[in-house]
Each structure stands twice: as C-alpha cells, then as structure tokens.
Design a protein around this ligand. Structure first.
Ligand SMILES: NC(=O)c1ccc[n+]([C@@H]2O[C@H](COP(=O)([O-])OP(=O)(O)OC[C@H]3O[C@@H](n4cnc5c(N)ncnc54)[C@H](OP(=O)(O)O)[C@@H]3O)[C@@H](O)[C@H]2O)c1
Length: 181
C-alpha cells in the first residue's frame, strides 16, 4: 500500500463529564438542546475537504435510526465481526464494514485520494488516539452532567499530548476546543 496517510480528525460533542451518549446510546440530551438560529458550531466548515468517514459499529447503528442517512462521503464502519453488521441495501456502495488495522484503513482511504478522514464514535476515537493516528480534534462541551454514559475519554485512549489551536464559546453555553495532536 503506497497511499499517503490521510489526516484523521475528530468533531464531536460531549457532556461536561465526558460522555457522548447515555448508557443506552441516547443522544436526545444533545440533539434536543436549543441552539442559536442557523448555528452549526463549525460543522460544515469542518466537513469541507473531508473525503471519508470512519465510525464504530455502535455509532453506525445509531445513525441508521435517523430519518435519513446524513453523510455524503464514503463511510467505513469498524467491527471486529464485520459479517454480523447489516448494511441496508440502499447504503451498499456508500458504506463498507472493516476489521482491518486502523492504519491500514487510513492507508486504503489515502490510496483512494482521501486526505482528511472524519473519525466518529467514542471507542473508535480512543482506538485511533491510542495508535497515535489522530491529527486534529474539535470537541464541543455541552453544559450538562450526565453522571453516566458512553465515554469519550479514558480507557484505551493512551497518553496523548495536545496543542490547543483555538477555543470558542456560544451564548447557549456550548464551549468548543480545537486541538492538534
Ligand atoms: N456526542 C456525539 O457527538 C456523538 C458522536 C458520535 C456518536 N455518538 C454516540 O456514541 C455512541 C457510540 O459510541 P461508542 O463509543 O459506544 O461506540 P463506537 O466507537 O461508535 O462503536 C464501537 C464499536 O466499533 C467497533 N470498533 C471500535 N474500535 C475498533 C477497532 N479498533 N477495530 C475494530 N472494531 C472497532 C467495535 O464493533 P464490534 O462490537 O462490532 O466489534 C465496537 O464495539 C452512540 O450512542 C452514538 O449515537 C455521539
């Protein structure tokens, strides 16, 4: 494989205590919060130039419950048992399931000409961090404590030094930090 390794990048929201979903995967605490009209917190700008997405199987199954498939780029779903992940007929050709090592997944995308990859899902982000593959992280802190849930940080993420690139805040209490890793 001779492809350039694309930049693996994170854009995610967490509760102040570091959870990205409640224990059962619920994200209504995030999606039902009032936001300033027309504000996307930099999401569209982040997506510009993103050529592919890599997400964990749990995140994929959550996105399948949304009314519409929201992504326009190819998506790689990570699973250690890919044969057990059902991809709806309408998404075949847009979504593939992989159990390859993370670096190999990025190399394959690089060989396809992708230069920036959006990494999503807590376990998945921690796996990429642990292998030193994440280049950029934009994390939006939501002013809520959930007490329990699916963590973004902690177990498995390894020891990672970060450089703060920017911090931003909004009147509804969202605080965003952007790091280079
Ligand atoms: N707050 C936000 O902005 C935000 C963003 C994204 C997702 N979410 C929420 O977060 C929840 C999902 O996150 P999560 O941390 O529970 O799980 P996740 O990272 O989405 O998915 C975990 C699964 O991905 C597979 N996986 C992860 N790392 C792997 C690796 N290195 N190699 C192979 N397979 C790997 C495994 O699948 P198998 O078990 O099949 O092996 C693992 O069980 C959902 O509720 C979603 O809605 C919230």
């Amino acid at each position: 494989m001779t492809g350039q390794l694309p930049s693996a990048e994170v854009f995610i929201a967490t509760s102040l205590d570091g959870y990205i979903a409640r224990p059962d995967g619920d994200i209504l605490w995030l999606t039902s919060r009032p936001v300033p009209e027309g504000e996307d917190f930099g999401y569209a700008a982040f997506l510009e130039g993103v050529g592919a997405m890599v997400m964990g199987r749990e995140s994929f199954e959550k996105v399948l419950t949304f009314p519409e498939w929201p992504y326009t780029t190819p998506v790689v779903v990570l699973s250690r048992t890919p044969g057990r992940v059902a991809v709806p007929e309408a998404l075949k050709g847009k979504v593939r399931v992989s159990d390859k090592p993370l670096r190999a997944v990025l190399e394959e995308l690089g060989a396809d000409g992708v230069t920036r990859v959006y990494i999503d899902g807590g376990q998945t982000i921690r796996s990429f961090l642990a292998e030193g593959l994440v280049r950029r992280m934009i994390v939006t802190l939501i002013p809520v404590l959930l007490g329990q849930g699916r963590p973004l940080w902690g177990h498995g993420a390894g020891d990672v030094d970060l450089t703060l690139v920017a911090s931003r805040s909004w009147e509804n209490g969202f605080v965003q930090v952007e790091y280079r890793a």
